[in-house]
Ligand binder design. Structure first.
Ligand code: DX5
Ligand code: ZN
Length: 220
């Protein structure tokens, strides 16, 4: 489980990070948006640096930018443990992967819901993670696109020869969809407004525990 920080309460960031640590969340998901590749704006490197100074939880940066290459270094300097960028972006994909790896940071490629999985083919031996969007990127709180489940299964088959590549799903994760995603082959789920940040009286810590339990019991 990866906590989607953009869904949090900016005024409670310190408390929320502490709860996520107690909940032993696997990763933090840090959304960066340019208002053009996707309609809204997202988080920024100075914020990443501040968070990095407060936590040991690995931070995965998700760049939703037309031109990710120009910004990669800023996020690496700020402390990104993994940088994922969209395969639909306008920059040279192979060069950007190479640059990120040269900095000893993990690299992921992200696919929008309609992007064919075969676009990954030239890069499979170079990457650490594939992130499938289960929604159109950039808008929080959308319902999962149903084809996502087939796409996860197809990707999982496709990656049989690449057992080290992590399959991450971003968007539309709820207590109902999460176990299905895992069953189809997902390893890491971005948890946002549908789960650990959903408006609810309960604490983030309890919501993480609850989701973990739901996934474990459904899969048992
Ligand atoms: C959407 C972001 C997600 C976001 C998903 O573009 O990349 O990280 O958390 O939102 P929810 O969790 O509301 O589906
Ligand atoms: Zn994201």
């Amino acid at each position: 489980m990866s906590a989607s920080l953009i869904c949090g309460d900016p005024l409670k960031l310190t408390e929320e990070l502490d709860e996520l640590r107690k909940a032993e969340i696997d990763a933090l998901h840090f959304d960066v948006m340019d208002g053009h590749f996707v309609p809204r704006l997202g988080l920024y490197p100075e914020m990443l640096k501040a968070i990095k100074g407060q936590t040991d939880i690995p931070i995965d940066v998700h760049l939703m930018l037309d031109h990710p290459t120009a910004y990669v270094e800023k996020f690496i300097e700020a402390g990104a443990d993994l940088v994922a960028f969209h395969i639909e972006s306008d920059d040279d994909i192979a060069e950007t992967i190479k640059f990120i790896k040269s900095k000893n940071v993990k690299v992921g490629l992200v696919l929008k819901p309609d992007t064919p999985l075969d676009m990954l083919n030239p890069f499979l031996s170079e990457i650490d993670l594939v992130m499938l969007m289960a929604i159109q990127p950039g808008i929080l709180g959308q319902k999962v696109i149903p084809e996502t489940f087939f796409r996860i299964s197809d990707l999982s088959k496709k990656l049989e020869d690449y057992p080290n590549i992590v399959i991450e799903i971003d968007g539309g994760v709820t207590p109902e969809t999460a176990p299905k995603m895992v069953k189809c082959g997902a390893h890491l789920l971005v948890c946002g407004t549908g789960t650990i940040y959903r408006p609810h009286e309960d604490t983030i810590l309890n919501k993480v525990k609850e989701l973990r339990k739901i996934i474990d019991t459904t899969l048992a």
